[in-house]
Design a protein around this ligand. Sequence first.
Ligand code: BGC
Length: 723
Amino acid sequence: MQWKANWIKPIEDFGDICPLFSKEFISDRPIKAAKLFITSLGVYEAVLNGNRIGNFVLAPGWTSYAKRLQYQEYDVTSLLSTHNQISVTVGKGWYRSRLGWESFPEQKKLQAAPAAFLAQLEIFFQDGTTTMICSDNSWLCGKSNVLFSEIYDGETYDASYLPVANSPVETFEGPFSTLIEQQGEDICEQEQLRPARRFQTPKGEWVFDFGQEVTGYVEINLTAKAGDKVVLSHAEVMDKDGNFYTENYRSAKAKYCYVCKDGKQTYKPKLTFFGFRYIRVDQFPNGTQSANLENFSAIVVHSALKRTGHLSCSNPLLNQLFENIIWGQKGNFLDIPTDCPQRDERLGWTGDAQVFVKTAALNFNVEKFFTKWLSDMSADQEEDGRIGHVIPDIIKDGGSAAWGDAAVICPWEIYLAYGNTQILSNQFNCMKKWIDYITSHTQDKNLWTGGTHFGDWLGLDAPVGSYKGSSREDFIASAFYAYSTSLVIKAGKILGEDVSQYKVLYKNITSAFQNTYPEYMTQTECVLAAHFKLAPDCQSAADQLADMIRESGIKLQTGFVGTPYLLHVLSDYGHTELAYSLLLREQYPSWLYPVTKGATTIWEHWDGIMENGDFWSPDMNSYNHYAYGAVADWVYGTAAGIKTDENAPGYEKVIICPNPDQRLTWLKASLETKHGLIRSEWKKKDDVWQYEIETPTNTSVSIANQTYEVKKGTYIFYSACDK
Ligand code: BGC
């Protein structure tokens, strides 16, 4: 891409008001094609002759801006006429918002940037000539209707005046060397939900419930007088007394203010987003009681990912859990994988993505999405190999076990899911450097001791007052050191790289681990020792785990680190029935407990709302945190039994080994792969399990300890139901 355009910014300081840039031009010959290339420091909305350009909201998306800034290309041929006006509104977006719960220096630097943009419109005429309309000092600017827009705090829009662009702009040395063409998926409006109900709380406030926690914004439709105001607040849950609860948004104001024009009107914010299920009407023309169901709809916004996986079964609570996992992913896959979409974080926490990536790649096609995010990870990796806690790395701190390991685990899972070695070659250097970082930062050779870690984050065996479960941090760090090294070896072999040094390292870590940690003290320690094949006797580690769970009354205690592998370890070592007992448990703690409390997404805490209705402390209590949704990969991979052969990844060769349980009478899973649709279904019929398997390619099917090699087709199998 040859940029002829200049970065431009307003000369006048508009403060919080988003500038509107504008340019009029004539195009007096028949047009063959016209393309617009555009990006901004912030987020932009571009309009040509009154029509919004493209469906991408919150463009140019979020990347590690200091290293990579995406631009978009739009075909605008059909929007041009003879007399044209192009206008661009620039909001703070991720670039210039106060991201992070405190003022991180990296973000402070970005925040100081001007509300600027860069655009180049290339017009190709039918007579073979071309022209270019570039951002330069011939543009004008003014105050747009967006008086305020910020990621955490929301948006204020005044529709009561017509904006005028009559102030000059100036060109400046904006970033060119960091510009890249768009690498990720578009962020688009995906669905529209009407409120399920309107009610008045005990405090007398009017609240609308969309019936589903979503990420996006509310569209308002109303008839009003110029100057009338609509003010809305957002919330995820109502408190014990039925009142609107916003404390867990922490400092994020998440406010939406709209000043009306005369007449019938519709508005939706486009330069920010909110995570919410409920809105409270704080102000409305003729009083808050006059707002009704027709005035609002929720617009769901996320990256345009293709849905690939579906799960359903005979248990309605479990079906709701599956739905919640999907909604958790929708709500948190808005250009980068975020921890949550509502409070003053919404950051690309590496640990959360690592925990969920396998499930994510089953539910939706996330290859392109992760390719972009992992490119940001490589770009942000420190010289010494350290990986930030969040990517884009606005915190400039990192190096936690299981969080930094996202550098290795995410590319590996994406490779397995889609069978494309490109992600491994893109990331191999970053993967190795992460291992080398550990090697050069540990206190004890061949283990990972010392350092600052998040431990088994939010594990239920946490000492009072701590967020970290009681599994030993050195144990977790050393276990992930071993596991990530084993994946670097596998990836290197696939790429034809020399991995001899990592093979020696892996052997040394395994033996140091076994010598240092002969005993396992917690559920998570058993899980890691068995799942990462570090225990000298994995069966006995899994048996110990099963005993611990039974002795505790079928209660899991695992946090972010142990939970994703918990059911796998049980079922891999003969405790499938116990794995189902955990999955189907409805009392706290369990995956279904939040469902019994009305959850529509996955909670950050097993007890986000406690049995007595109280909340966990507001400082760390999100109701849309996808991490524990990682359990879905066990349902696809073990309950329905669909897996890819690691030696023929991307489901080039499929392995299907269903594991039915008497407590469900049927279960269905399907997965759209690049080879075609895979389906595994089982149901109980007259004390016999009937399995229906559809596969697009060579497949090993294992039923009741018998393995059958089959080709593309649909097959029915039977096995006896054990009582
Ligand atoms: C985030 C988590 C994250 C964690 C790190 C939290 O504030 O919301 O999901 O992984 O910090 O410990």
